[in-house]
Design a protein around this ligand. Structure first.
Ligand SMILES: Nc1ncnc2c1ncn2[C@@H]1O[C@H](COP(=O)(O)OP(=O)(O)OP(=O)(O)O)[C@@H](O)[C@H]1O
Ligand SMILES: Nc1ccn([C@H]2C[C@H](O)[C@@H](COP(=O)(O)O)O2)c(=O)n1
Length: 643
């Protein structure tokens, strides 16, 4: 499983140009395909969901041309898809599946519509019932009420009024409305139950109007499309930035200081999720808006909890759930039952993952309550849900964490984490690598104390692994066995004390036997993998100094300062000799020198994370330096690097 480790974040500020709105992109693509004439679509979202729609349209015989960048040309078919028989794979794209189901059910062809396993668990029965009222021939190929679907040619006989439920997904109504002009008749749609996510219907109506079809509306209960309505290309359509995607960056500004400015969506937006900014303002964030931009800053006293009905912002409301980790009090998000039928059961997923990092969470059929508590590092599962991954990136302000399967963001925001990195600053790391007994531990600990930073002696983890393996009777070359020991190490660092399984370790990890064992287990890739996240969670505020062999190359490649600290083998052997004698161990200088050279060779010649000076690391040769001189040099370099 791929993962992305995030350090604890210090601050957020900057500007982000948003990718195109997913909801608008897929609506525009379908209407451009159904319209008379050619449409140039500008600033289309480049993502998995829009790719599914573009692929489907091409399979249906629609002329689709990539004009470069985010711009596309769609040659409309005037309501009659050229290809009358096709099998379409629509992934997990609800904004492609529901409207295409409606349009194709009325299109007089023979089509099979499929998706990923999760799409086959997302209900579509209410839309199918509505289409059947129009005479459409739709059958379920799997479970009743769920995709995959088989659509066959049928005589469409609109009898004036169709009923559709509005309380499960507003996409059913959207799909029906967008397809109704294909009937050529006057058809009214009556919404049964309370219509949820109304702002998405507003996007549907606005997009249909852009293509020349005006829907008459009687409140939120009845929608009428008149006979003779036809989609006509408006020529060029610009897709707004995605308001749901904006929510993550606005929240970053509200938590991390700001200002964070998003461009491409603002006051004049047709997307309901712009109202997320108002919800964030209720939490105390300082929000400013312009016609197509918004900024967010953190309030002086920090965010405060809210109790909100989120029915109007179902997607962006997820962002409030992780922003709640930074608010004083208990945040309650209500009227969010639709979360349960999205990419995953989002209420359950959100509750499970928030609990992993220490929050107190209560969940119900249609609400979630979040009370922050002391945060702890965790590996966050994302459930193949782009919004889970993006929402939990905010939690990195509370604790370092691991995001599993981060590439699931490709559904709507493929380069989310690259943009995230451009507006956030992490707790700084000074990485000090070097060979055995070069003095890196002594220097690193003093630099950490001088700056008030935490200190990570990464070598101690390999030493502890070797010791724990030895105690468990596991050979140092048994890769799987030692890796399991490393993964389960019960170790607590408190100042200079190290406890293994609750017992003080003392100098037991500093013997020459364990030094040799540590060097051996450190050459095993599975052991290094098992210790990776354990080391990265040290990257907390206000900062960290880490010493080892791969601090700058593997563990903290974004370290603010990387130092390669060394001395001649003879000087190092002599330092080690004195150190051992002072501790009351017996030692022999020539043997120490030979052992040290052997360990140097093993550490620098192994295939994974070998000891070497990285191109961006500064060399600190300490043979002729005192510890204090070496410390001063590192502090000088740090102040240069961080200014
Ligand atoms: N510049 C220096 N001059 C003289 N002695 C030093 C210097 N730096 C470190 N020492 C001494 O050398 C010994 C080894 O140093 P230290 O334990 O810091 O090295 P290290 O690189 O962290 O070793 P290892 O990682 O192998 O445990 C210590 O006794 C330390 O006091
Ligand atoms: N980041 C690290 C730290 C240590 N090791 C290996 C190298 C040594 O042989 C052993 C003990 O380290 P020390 O306490 O001497 O710094 O662990 C490593 O491979 N990577």
């Amino acid at each position: 499983m791929e993962f992305l480790d995030l350090p604890q974040l210090l601050s957020a500020a900057g500007t982000v140009r948003l990718p195109g709105s997913k909801s608008i992109s897929n609506r525009v693509l379908l209407l451009a395909a159904l319209a008379d004439g050619e449409t140039e679509v500008r600033d289309l979202l480049a993502s998995d969901d829009t790719e599914r729609m573009l692929d489907a349209l091409q399979a249906l015989g629609i002329g689709v041309t990539h004009l470069g960048g985010e711009n596309w040309k769609i040659v409309g078919c005037g309501g009659a898809f050229p290809v009358k028989q096709a099998e379409l794979f629509l992934g997990n794209a609800g904004t492609a599946f529901r409207p295409l189901t409606a349009a194709l059910a009325l299109a007089g062809g023979d089509y099979v519509l499929k998706g990923v396993a999760r799409m086959h668990e997302r209900p579509i029965g209410d839309l199918v019932d509505g289409l059947r009222q129009l005479g459409a021939d739709v059958s379920y190929l799997g479970n009743e009420g769920y995709p995959p679907l088989h659509l066959k040619p049928a005589t469409i006989r609109p009898d004036g009024v169709v009923s559709v439920r509005g309380d499960v997904s507003s996409q059913f109504l959207t799909g029906l409305l967008m397809a109704l002009p294909l009937t050529g008749q006057t058809v009214a749609v009556d919404v049964v139950g309370e219509l949820i996510s109304k702002p998405y219907i507003e996007i549907t109506l606005a997009t249909m109007a852009r293509f020349g079809v005006v829907v008459e509306r009687d409140g939120w209960q009845r929608f009428t499309v008149r006979a003779g309505s036809r989609y006509v290309s408006p020529g060029t359509v610009y897709v707004e930035g995605d308001a749901s995607s904006a929510s993550y960056f606005l929240a970053l500004g509200a938590i991390g200081g700001g200002p964070v400015r998003v461009e491409g969506v603002g006051r004049d937006s047709i997307q309901g999720d712009v109202k997320f900014a108002e919800a964030l303002a209720q939490m105390g964030a300082i929000i400013e808006t312009g016609p197509n931009w918004m900024t967010a800053c953190a309030p002086q006293g920090g965010l405060i909890a809210v109790d909100l009905d989120c029915n109007h912002i179902p997607d962006a409301a997820m962002t409030l759930a992780t922003a709640a980790l930074f608010a004083k009090g208990t945040t309650t998000l209500r009227n969010i039952a639709s979360w349960r039928v999205k990419e995953t059961d989002r209420i359950a997923a959100m509750a499970t993952e928030l609990r992993k990092i220490g929050a107190v969470v209560e969940e119900g059929a249609d609400f979630i309550k979040i009370t922050p508590s002391t945060a702890r590092p965790a590996a966050i599962d994302t459930y193949d849900d782009h919004r889970m991954a993006m929402c939990f990136s905010l939690a990195a302000f509370a604790t370092p964490l691991r995001i599993n399967d981060p590439k699931c963001v490709a559904k709507t925001f493929p380069d989310y984490f690259e943009r995230f990195a451009t507006v956030t600053r992490a707790a700084p790391v000074i990485a000090i690598d070097g060979p055995s007994a070069s003095g890196k531990g002594s220097v690193a600990a003093r630099v950490a104390a001088a700056l008030g930073f935490a200190y990570l002696d990464s070598g101690a983890l390999y030493r502890l692994t070797a010791l724990a393996a030895q105690r468990a009777g596991i050979a140092w070359d048994d890769e799987a066995g030692v890796a399991a020991i490393a993964a389960g190490l019960d170790v607590v660092f408190t100042g200079e004390d190290i406890r293994l399984a609750g017992v003080l370790v003392g100098d037991a990890i500093r013997t020459e036997d364990i030094s040799a064992g540590a060097s051996k287990v450190a050459a095993l890739p599975a052991v290094r993998e098992a210790l990776l996240f354990r080391q990265r969670v040290f990257n907390t505020l206000p900062g960290l100094v880490g010493d080892g062999r791969d601090m700058g190359s593997v563990i903290f490649p974004r370290a603010v300062l990387k130092v390669f600290l060394t001395a001649t083998a003879e000087a190092r052997a002599e330092r080690r000799y004195k150190q051992l004698i002072e501790k009351g161990f017996s030692a022999n200088l020539p043997d120490l020198l030979a052992d040290l050279q052997q360990r140097d060779a093993r550490d620098s010649q192994r295939s994974v994370a070998p000891l070497r000076q990285e191109a961006d690391a500064r060399l600190l040769e300490t043979t002729q330096l005192t510890i204090e001189q070496a410390v001063k040099q590192v502090l000088d370099w740090y102040s240069e690097a961080s200014s």
